[in-house]
Design a protein around this ligand. Structure first.
Ligand code: SF4
Length: 297
C-alpha cells in the first residue's frame, strides 16, 4: 500500500519553509545593513562645515595600509595632547583656508575653511581624476581627531561612498559615543591607542574597551605608539583588552619617531613587547612610520 505522507510531512515542510537557513539570515542582515546605510546617506547633511587642515594624496606610512596610496582628509582639533604628536599644526587654530593638493608634487590650491562637504567631495573627485592609473587605494579620515566632528564625518563619508574607495577612519579610540554615529559609513576603523607612560597620565580604559566593542562591527586594527617609557604591565593590560574583543585584531607596535627629546624603545625591548603581545593576540607587528623614512608627507 502506498504510504500517505501528506499529513505527516506537511508540518515538516512548513517548518523547513519558515525557518530561514544561515544563507538567508546572512542575506537578510546584509540587506538590512544596506537599507540602514541608504537611509543614513539620504539623511546626510551637506550644509555642515568643519575645520580641516589639509587634503592631499600620499603613501600611508603606518599600520595595516602602510605602503598604499591614500587620500588624506585631515581634520583640525584634538582632545588629546600626545607629547610626540607629529601633526601639532592640526591641533592649533584652524587656518583660514584648507590646503589641498590634487597629485603628489604638483602645486597646491585652497578651499574655504571651515570646509563645506561638497567642496571636500569636489577636491577628492579632482584627486581621483588625476589618478588615471587608479593607484589610490582608499581614503583616510584623519587628524587631529576626526571624531570631534561626528555628524560632519558621517555626512561626508556618506557623500564619499559613491566614489567607491574604501573609507578608513583614524581615531584615538577615546570617543566611542561619537564612533557609534559614524560607524555605518566607514569601512575600516584604525584605533590609535595611547599608553599612560607615554601620555604621562592615565588614559580612559573604559572608553577604550567600549571603542573596541563597537569597532569590531567593522574591519578594525590597532596601532600603539611606543616610547622608551613603555612598560610590560601597561602593554599587557591593553593587549588583554584587545584580545577580549578580538584576538585576531591586527596590532601594530609603532616605535615613536624621535621628536622633542622623546625616544623609542630599543630593538630588544620591541621584540620583548611583541612576544608579550603574542600571549594574547595572533597578529602583532613592529612597524616604524615609513613615510618619514621616505621623506613623504
Ligand atoms: S591623538 Fe593624534 S592628533 Fe591628537 S595629539 Fe595625539 S597624536 Fe596628535
Amino acid at each position: 500500500m502506498k504510504e500517505d505522507r501528506s499529513r505527516t510531512d506537511k508540518p515538516a515542510e512548513d517548518a523547513e519553509e519558515s525557518a530561514p537557513n544561515s544563507y538567508q539570515l546572512a542575506r537578510a542582515a546584509i540587506e538590512a545593513d544596506a537599507r540602514a546605510e541608504e537611509q543614513m546617506a539620504a539623511g546626510a547633511d551637506v550644509s555642515l562645515r568643519a575645520p580641516l587642515h589639509e587634503i592631499f594624496t600620499s603613501i600611508q606610512g603606518e599600520a595595516l595600509f602602510a605602503g598604499l596610496q591614500q587620500i588624506f582628509i585631515r581634520f583640525c582639533g584634538c582632545d588629546l595632547n600626545c607629547p610626540w604628536c607629529d601633526t601639532p599644526e592640526a591641533r592649533q587654530d584652524p587656518p583660514p583656508v584648507v590646503w589641498c593638493q590634487s597629485k603628489p608634487g604638483v602645486r597646491g590650491f585652497t578651499i574655504a575653511n571651515p570646509a563645506g562637504i561638497e567642496d571636500v567631495v569636489g577636491v577628492v573627485k579632482r584627486i581621483i581624476k588625476n589618478d588615471p592609473e587608479r593607484a589610490i587605494h582608499s581614503i583616510s579620515l584623519t587628524g587631529g581627531e576626526p571624531l570631534m566632528h561626528p555628524e560632519y564625518v558621517a555626512s561626508l563619508a556618506a557623500m564619499l561612498r559613491p566614489l567607491e574607495l574604501p573609507i578608513m577612519l583614524e581615531t584615538n579610540g577615546q570617543r566611542p559615543e561619537d564612533l557609534q554615529k559614524v560607524l555605518r559609513m566607514v569601512d575600516w576603523v584604525a584605533g590609535d591607542f595611547k599608553l599612560d607612560s607615554a601620555m604621562g597620565r592615565p588614559i580612559d580604559a573604559v572608553a577604550r574597551r567600549e571603542f573596541l566593542r563597537l569597532a569590531q562591527y567593522k574591519r578594525a586594527f590597532v596601532k600603539i605608539v611606543l616610547t622608551d617609557a613603555a612598560t610590560e604591565e601597561e602593554l599587557d593590560e591593553v593587549y588583554a583588552q584587545i584580545a577580549a574583543v578580538d584576538p585576531a585584531c591586527p596590532v601594530f607596535l609603532q616605535p615613536v619617531t624621535p621628536v622633542r627629546g622623546i625616544q623609542p624603545p630599543g630593538g630588544i625591548d620591541l621584540i620583548r613587547f611583541r612576544a608579550l603581545a603574542m600571549k594574547h593576540l595572533r597578529d602583532v607587528r613592529i612597524m616604524p612610520q615609513i613615510h618619514k623614512l621616505l621623506g613623504l608627507k
